[in-house]
Design a binder for this molecule. Structure first.
Ligand code: DX5
Ligand code: ZN
Length: 229
């Protein structure tokens, strides 16, 4: 298991989202992300139930998890994350991030966290734009990453929602009060570009997911660097 929390020192970390990559040349797209200075590879899993769209399963994750050295950052937008999460951990995810909203009660949140940890991956917990950030309070100490969604999960290319900035700042404050080794990373996902990237960094984010801003553009590397500036 990689210790992703230790990467906080190198923040801002960039996580290109392969949802926006050219599927016909996925290996090249991943190589481009790696060569351009990314740290994470963000892989969006959708099950057609928690969100309407369907993407990949564990077999796909297994097929790409070893062709690069980036952190395999698997974002599962699926129901029953306590059963699904471990499948992705076994497929090579370094971190599996599930949705709080996919859990009917606190017991199933705790069950999901330990199932993913027991399967050998680190754990992230995510909230959608309409979920209050305080809902994360019981879990700061138990997870390795907090993912604040700045768009409604389900598709790429949407407009960044400013309401995420306050949530990020809230998490930053909470986390700064924790011992260094226990602090989860803070990640943001949705509508990130040079401008919104600056705003989320000021709010205190560690990891920036970016899909449509990076993939499909000639100047991928320049854009990625702009997210770090
Ligand atoms: C949305 C996904 C995102 C998506 C982001 O449900 O979780 O990771 O790829 O795409 P952009 O960066 O285009 O908003
Ligand atoms: Zn995502």
């Amino acid at each position: 298991m990689r210790n992703v929390k230790a990467l906080a020192e190198q923040a801002p970390l960039i996580a290109p989202s392969i949802l926006a990559a050219n599927k016909e040349k996925m290996n090249e797209e991943i190589a481009l992300a790696e060569a351009s200075g990314a740290s994470f590879l963000h892989i969006d899993i959708m099950d057609g139930r928690f969100v309407p769209a369907l993407t990949w399963g564990p077999r796909f994750v297994a097929s790409i998890s070893n062709i690069h050295t980036l952190v395999n950052d698997v974002h599962i937008m699926v129901e029953e994350p306590w059963t699904q999460g471990p499948l992705f951990a076994h497929a090579g995810a370094d971190i599996v991030t599930f949705h709080l909203e996919a859990c009917p009660d606190q017991e199933s949140v705790l069950k999901t966290i330990s199932a993913i940890h027991n399967a050998g991956a680190e754990v992230g917990i995510s909230i959608k734009p309409n979920t209050p950030v305080e809902a994360l309070n019981p879990y700061f100490d138990l997870v390795d990453l907090i993912l604040i969604m700045s768009v409604e999960p389900g598709k790429g290319g949407q407009k960044f929602m400013d309401s995420s900035l306050k949530k990020i700042a809230y998490c930053r404050k909470k986390i700064n009060g924790m011992p260094l080794a226990k602090r989860p990373l803070i990640e943001v996902d949705g509508g990130i570009n040079a401008e919104t990237g600056k705003a989320v960094r000021e709010a205190g984010v560690d990891v920036l997911v970016a899909g449509s801003y990076l993939f499909g553009h000639e100047d991928f590397q320049k854009r990625l660097e702009a997210l770090k500036e």
